[in-house]
Design a protein around this ligand. Structure first.
Ligand code: SF4
Ligand code: SF4
Length: 464
């Protein structure tokens, strides 16, 4: 008998219904009459095969069968799942977080690295990354790229992200690495297309540094939480002073000097109260590249239940506004790309893709920078010439964290576009959780995004 796939989901759209297979990811839109006709046929004893469909819904039924929304057996669903699982990538390194210093000049109240927490902060190493360690780190990164077998470097551009703590507290080593990579572009094929960027709070950027970074091709990503002091009240220095005005000065200098910065906006509870603020920020500083960060809860920073829905809605509302300005926010774009190509999106960060190494100033090598304070999942060091991330059991475990492998995700409509949340956040949500647990904060964002994409596509189709 013909029936709905166990991966089929319906979305009411007022005058129509969208039917959607969470792993084939092609919505089929039916008007109400066809949908009712379909339901009547499926409830009758006549739905033995797809070919038996009544004439008035034949095309629709064929379409639904094509995208596996209608099946004849569980076997078909199992085959789709097996096909998708077969495509889960193995660890392949092409992202390197270089922690120039574990020290930070700020102590943001929501800092997921733990700068807001005395105990975690005391665990951060005082010594910064040295030039000698940087040399070995680059060698190590190149070796991991080569072991990963990603040889089309133009399509799989390696990425080096200068990170901290605050990377600018060790500016000289940052410049040293950037110059070294740039000098290697002609001699080391896998470094030719390497992208260099830095995530900074911006306070230590001077005019000279802004210009030098531009010349070196190091992208500047500045963290800011909105366009007013209240939204930035969690961004404080070690003495507890709000640093918002100092960030604005940096943005002013970057604009004046023609440096194209991207913004990393952490969505504080205040930020999401006002949609226009972000748009004004973007307009004022001519920002083209943009990413929102949903805040994580921790023992010292607890968020109300209502935050996750409000933050997810805010991201969608801003996406709609920003795309009218030709700006596409990263977080939604990643899901939109998966949706429009109907290609399952396995992981939403390079750590869960098994794609990144994090190099601490000590030379220890980890999977995720959020574990910098306790070095959990720091599984190697740069002097270990035999280390191969593609064969390391921790890297393999992380690369398999995708929702596609999770029992509790199988019934979820967002399965194909989700990529899963942050395992580090999932660990801290409830006692007894581990990296395999659900990051429920992220589920809300994924499910609301899918609903938005399905409705948005319907709107586009209707408007022709
Ligand atoms: S595991 Fe979490 S903190 Fe680590 S890179 Fe992924 S999203 Fe970021
Ligand atoms: S992580 Fe959450 S949103 Fe993502 S597939 Fe699983 S249940 Fe769905």
């Amino acid at each position: 008998m013909v029936k709905f796939s166990r991966y089929a989901h319906t979305f009411e759209l007022g005058d129509a219904v969208a039917l959607y297979h969470s792993l084939r990811m092609k919505p089929v839109y039916l008007n109400m009459k066809s949908y009712e006709g379909l339901q009547a046929w499926l409830a009758s004893p006549l739905c033995v095969s797809i070919e038996d469909a009544p004439e008035n819904i034949k095309n629709e039924v064929n379409e639904l069968a094509k995208y596996k929304i209608l099946t004849k057996s569980d076997d078909e669903d199992d085959k789709v799942l097996a096909f998708v699982k077969n495509k889960i990538p193995k660890p392949m390194i092409n992202v390197c977080y270089v922690i120039l210093s574990e020290q930070c000049n700020l102590a943001c109240k929501y800092c997921f690295l733990g700068n807001n927490n005395e105990e975690k902060r005391s665990q951060f190493q005082l010594e910064n990354l040295t030039v000698e360690t940087a040399d070995k780190a680059i060698e190590f990164f190149i070796r991991q790229i080569k072991l990963s077998g990603l040889d089309n470097y133009e399509d799989n551009k390696p990425v080096i992200i200068f990170y901290g703590g605050e990377p600018l507290v060790n500016y000289d080593v940052l410049v040293y690495i950037a110059k070294k990579i740039n000098a290697m572009r002609d001699t080391e094929p896998c470094m030719k297309y390497t992208e260099l960027s830095m995530v900074t709070n911006g306070l230590l950027l001077t005019d000279e540094r802004i210009l030098e970074l531009k010349e070196l091709g190091v992208g500047i990503g500045i963290s800011v939480d909105g366009f007013n002091e209240k939204a930035n009240k969690n961004r404080v220095d070690l003495a507890g002073n709000i640093v918002y005005n100092r960030i604005l000065k940096t943005l002013d200098r970057c604009k004046e000097l023609g440096s194209d910065v991207s913004l990393s906006v952490t969505l504080s509870e205040e930020t999401i109260k006002n949609k226009n603020d972000i748009l004004n920020l973007v307009d004022n500083y001519g920002i083209h590249s943009f990413g929102f960060n949903i805040m994580m809860s921790s023992e010292s920073f607890v968020l109300p239940e209502s935050y996750n829905v409000a933050a997810a809605q805010f991201i969608l509302d801003e996406f709609v506004e920003l795309r009218m300005r030709g700006i596409y926010e990263d977080r939604i774009m990643r899901k939109l790309k998966a949706f429009s190509k109907a290609q399952v999106y396995f992981s939403d960060c390079a750590a869960t893709a098994g794609g990144q190494i994090v190099i601490a100033p000590s030379g220890q090598v980890g999977i995720c920078h959020a574990c910098l304070h306790d070095k959990k999942y720091f599984v190697a060091n740069i002097w270990d010439d035999n280390f191969d991330a593609t064969k390391d059991e921790n890297y393999i475990e992380w690369s398999q964290l995708t929702p596609v492998n999770k029992e509790e995700c199988q019934d979820c409509s967002a399965l194909g576009i989700c990529g899963g949340g942050c395992p580090i956040n999932a660990m801290s949500l409830k006692e007894g959780n581990n990296i395999h647990s659900l990051d429920e904060r992220f589920c809300i964002h994924s499910k609301m995004t899918l609903e938005f994409l399905i409705k948005d596509l319907y709107r586009i189709i209707k408007e022709g």
